[in-house]
Design a protein around this ligand. Structure first.
Ligand SMILES: [Zn+2]
Length: 303
């Protein structure tokens, strides 16, 4: 088990907490998207946020996070599933900014003005969606703000990604703590104080720190029990069928021309960069088989 998540609950049921290590997940995303360190850090924090949010879902549910600021990074999109699968992408993977006060300038990359939209597919008729303004554009604080304001559950979130000198991911992980009614004010005050004194999460995970150690540090002396431990991994839900659907939204004749010139067409998944290749013959067959008019089909684009 490489990346994983641990969930605990205080014995009085007033506080639940999740912590995860996401080093491999972030490294895989950085490799697939060829991100530079600032973009790696921003996307890595968002992926870790996704893993934490995904763990709050029930079986087969999905959650999508969209961080959209006015900075050079563009949008960060993350999709997470209850299974622990998480995938994500960033608008401009080549964003690299100088350190700001010794820290990676995620806020500068994402931009201080913008929105976080959380969409949950709870397998009901309509997906649930909530939007808040970005408060710090550091990702963790923005997610905490969303949970507290939009979902009305007072929450604290910490996220950390350590990028080595050579651009590889040295460590990543995070935590999410939520106060449930009736609120245990004393425990919350103690936790807030401990969160304020935590050493940098990026360095903790880089130095081999585990989710269990992080939770023990925060919940020392607060009676709690471990509810579950689950795998987290970079995994995209795309498949060849999504590529087919994307092709069917295009104009058949122009596709045919391009396909014949280039020996086929490759549709690349936005989230995982997996290339799905279609030969001119396959494209022809696809259009012949599709009984529906192409105009009604949705593209595989995440937006
Ligand atoms: Zn994909």
């Amino acid at each position: 088990m490489n990346d994983y998540l641990v969930r605990i609950m205080t014995t009085d049921g007033a506080i639940r907490a999740l912590a995860c290590v996401t080093t491999e997940t972030v490294a895989e995303a950085a490799r697939r998207h060829a991100t530079l360190p600032t973009a790696t850090t921003a996307m890595g924090r968002a992926l870790t946020a996704g893993a934490l949010m995904g763990a709050l879902l029930k079986t087969d549910q999905r959650v999508a996070l969209k961080f959209e600021g006015n900075g050079p990074l563009g949008k960060i999109l993350v999709e997470a599933q209850s299974s622990g699968a998480v995938a994500g992408t960033v608008g401009n993977p080549a964003v690299e900014l100088p350190l700001k006060e010794g820290r990676v300038d995620v806020a500068g990359a994402l931009g201080r003005a913008g929105f976080l939209t959380v969409t949950k597919d709870l397998r009901l008729k309509q997906p649930y969606s909530g939007t808040v303004q970005l408060v710090s554009s550091e990702i963790g604080e923005d997610l905490a703000h969303y949970l507290t304001e939009s979902e009305q559950i007072p929450s604290a979130v910490g996220l950390g990604v350590f990028v080595e000198q050579d651009g590889t991911v040295g460590g990543a992980g995070g935590f999410l703590i939520q106060a449930l009614p009736p609120q245990d004010e004393a425990a919350i005050a103690l936790l807030m104080e401990r969160i304020g004194r935590l050493p940098a999460l990026s360095e903790q995970f880089r130095n081999g720190g585990t989710p269990e150690q992080l939770l023990e540090l925060l919940f020392l002396g607060i009676p709690h029990e471990t509810i579950e431990k689950r795998v987290v991994a970079f995994h995209c839900s795309c498949n060849r069928e999504k590529g087919e659907k994307a092709l069917l939204t295009q104009e058949r004749e122009s596709l045919r021309k391009t396909a014949e010139q280039d020996g086929g067409i490759t549709v690349t998944c936005t989230f995982c960069k997996e290339p799905w290749h279609f030969t001119p013959e396959e494209i022809d067959a696809l259009f012949d088989e599709s009984t529906e008019p192409a105009a009604g089909v949705e593209a595989a684009s995440p937006d």
